[in-house]
Ligand binder design. Structure first.
Ligand code: GLN
Length: 607
């Protein structure tokens, strides 16, 4: 196993996760099996209890792990399925060590950060790195580890110390440290400044790690002089100072690493023998994506009506899924975030400018998405936006809370059940069209959520656009994270008026997919399809929204879910070509060096 530890300097939020994922992508393009571990040094056990305003969206894994959104980067870039243990937090490590202490595993010794906690980190990393994450079901060969935060953070210290020791455990030729640092360009000086990087590398050295590569994040390209300076002060060769300045899209980052010879560097440094004959199909696909992204002329205008619009990271996977679909149909995504509360009548009095602006933005949209969320705030605004989409026959996709709001809207405005609601919003409603799941309702405050991968069966014999978009399959597996669901008692009333529940869980009890008749695209899903969207395999419900918004859906379905040649890129022979088959191309890769349900989380509502 080869370990690449990615640390950060100066400030967070400079794209360390994207760089770490891109390193993985680059190595994967050489047919290496790559896995990833994200370390978040906070005390929380996982991201499940975070408000979306805290760290952005909570990312959900197949196994129900509620993790940091960076795991999404790894899954999307590497097209792998990670597990909850691929996200390490201080909370998890401490919990693990304390449980062992209680069991008496430490034989009466004083339990300390060094060696007990640091050993636990190393054991965890070794164990998780070996778990297969792709459909080869084989042990990965390379593990990219991203240490969250920046070097010098108090919380991160035990982890840095663990990796200092880890080098000896696994051998220097199996471990390298990539330090991602900011090289700012203050307007007042007019030149790139290397001092913050020098200071962070000095701190890293002080803690016992010596970076093998320094990746400089900067607005513009760094020149030779700056590179020399960093090299001199930070004790790395100039060719090991890599510049990743801002690019037109994240799809350019793996390409930029490749251009700067990083594959060769890792091969030498970690003694990996790269295949000699290679077509590098994966890299050319990334190049195609990047070029496509830069050369789109048409736009598609989508409004995202949600409650966490103040922080755009709250909808990270939703936005990525929209982008994947837009890219697939060669349109630039023009996404407008609309705060649901601003659409409500009360806001007309409280903040009229916001109210009118929000409505103006909504009226400009060609398609509407209402994503997931928790708690009552903003629900009425979402319902109003959905009513607007339905009445004006605008394509609409409701995800989780978005689907629940669409059901409420239909009940109120079509069935005339004026006080219809979700019991999450109003538990006294006479028409509880959305209810909390009985078996998850333990009778006390600590209800549980239905999280992780679950199967949805499409109703046989019932027409469904979404079923066709998925390839006319009988069932789909998607990730969930919810506590409430459509009340089965009212399903017949909805159906009689044209709102059909065409997909259900395997027991046929839970309504998973909703479609409304006589609309260009009016779809709701109880699950979160955004978590399984990939740049090269866009999520079908999202693709449907984008196709319908750009008036291509009918044609696409008529062509058996294929784009017309005009809408395909020149070097794309067929849409099926997008499957990842590079594992077949490279039969063997030789590593020279030796050794070759989280379902019961209390839900914290956003404030
Ligand atoms: N709050 C709703 C529920 O718990 C929707 C959840 C979501 O959108 N993820 O069912």
């Amino acid at each position: 196993m080869k370990y690449i530890l990615v640390t950060g300097g100066v400030i967070s939020g400079i794209g360390k996760g994207v760089i770490a994922s891109s390193i993985g992508t680059l190595l994967k393009s050489y047919a290496l099996r790559v896995t990833a571990i994200k370390i978040d040094p906070y005390i929380n056990i996982d991201a499940g209890t975070f408000s979306p305003y805290e760290h952005g969206e909570v990312y959900v894994l197949d196994d129900g792990g509620e993790v940091d959104l960076d795991l999404g980067n790894y899954e999307r870039f590497l097209d792998v399925t990670l597990h909850k243990d691929n996200n390490i937090t201080s909370g998890k490590i401490y919990q693990h060590v304390i449980e062992r202490e209680r069991r008496g595993d430490y034989l009466g010794k004083t339990v300390q950060i060094v060696p007990h906690l640091t050993n636990a980190v190393q054991d965890w990393v070794e164990r998780v790195a070996a778990v297969p994450v792709d459909n080869t079901n084989k042990e990965p060969e390379v593990c990219v580890i991203e240490l969250g935060g920046t070097i010098g953070d108090i919380e991160g210290m035990p982890f840095v110390e663990a990796f200092r020791q880890f080098i000896r455990r696994v051998g220097g030729h199996n471990f390298c440290n990539v330090h991602v640092s900011l090289v700012p360009h203050p307007k007042t000086t007019g030149e790139l400044k290397t001092k913050p990087t020098q200071v962070s590398v000095r701190e890293l050295n002080r803690l016992g790690l010596i970076p093998d590569l320094i990746i400089c994040r900067s607005e513009r390209q760094i020149n030779e002089e700056v590179r020399e300076k960093i090299s001199n002060f930070c004790n790395v060769l100039p060719e090991h100072v890599i510049c990743i300045h801002d690019r037109s899209s994240i799809y350019r980052v793996p390409l930029a690493l490749e251009e700067q010879g990083l594959a060769k560097y890792f091969a030498e440094r970690l003694r990996i023998q790269l295949p000699t004959i290679h077509t590098r199909k994966l890299m050319s696909k990334w190049r195609d994506l990047a070029d496509r992204h830069d050369n789109m002329t048409k736009e598609v205008n989508i409004a995202l009506v949600g409650k966490y619009t103040r922080l755009q990271d709250s909808y990270a996977s939703v936005v990525k899924a929209l982008q994947h679909s837009a890219l697939h149909i060669h349109h630039r995504l023009n996404l407008t975030y609309i705060d649901a509360e601003s659409l409500e009548p009360e806001s007309k009095v409280k903040s009229p400018i916001q109210y009118y602006e929000a409505w103006q933005e909504l009226c400009k949209a060609e398609g509407v998405i209402v994503p997931g969320g928790f708690g009552p705030r903003g629900v009425d605004g979402m319902v109003l936006a959905i009513e607007w989409a339905r009445v004006n026959k605008k394509p609409f996709l409701g995800v989780c809370l978005g689907m629940q709001c669409a059901v409420i809207e239909f009940a109120r405005n079509v069935l005339n059940w004026t006080d219809a609601n979700s019991t999450e919003v109003d538990d006294k409603t006479s028409r509880p069209v959305i209810i909390d799941m009985p078996e998850h309702h333990g009778g006390d405050m600590g209800g549980t959520m239905r999280v992780g991968l679950r199967t949805t069966n499409f109703k046989s014999g019932h027409p469904s656009t979404l079923k066709l978009l998925y390839g006319d399959v009988a069932s789909v597996d998607e990730r969930h994270r919810h506590r409430y669901e459509v009340n089965p008692d009212f399903v017949a009333d909805f159906s009689a008026k044209g709102l059909h529940f065409v997909g259900q869980d395997i027991e046929g009890k839970r309504m998973e997919v909703m479609e409304l008749e006589d609309q260009p695209y009016f779809v709701g899903v109880q699950y979160h399809p955004e978590y399984l969207s990939r740049p090269l395999k866009p999520s079908p419900p999202y693709l449907g929204l984008l196709l319908a918004t750009s008036n291509k859906l009918t044609q696409y379905l008529a062509r058996g879910c294929r784009l017309t040649p005009r809408n395909r890129s020149d070097n794309e022979s067929s849409d099926d070509d997008d499957t990842d088959d590079f594992n077949v191309i490279y039969q063997s890769v030789n590593l020279v060096a030796n050794g070759s349900a989280g379902a019961d989380k209390p839900l914290v509502e956003e404030k």
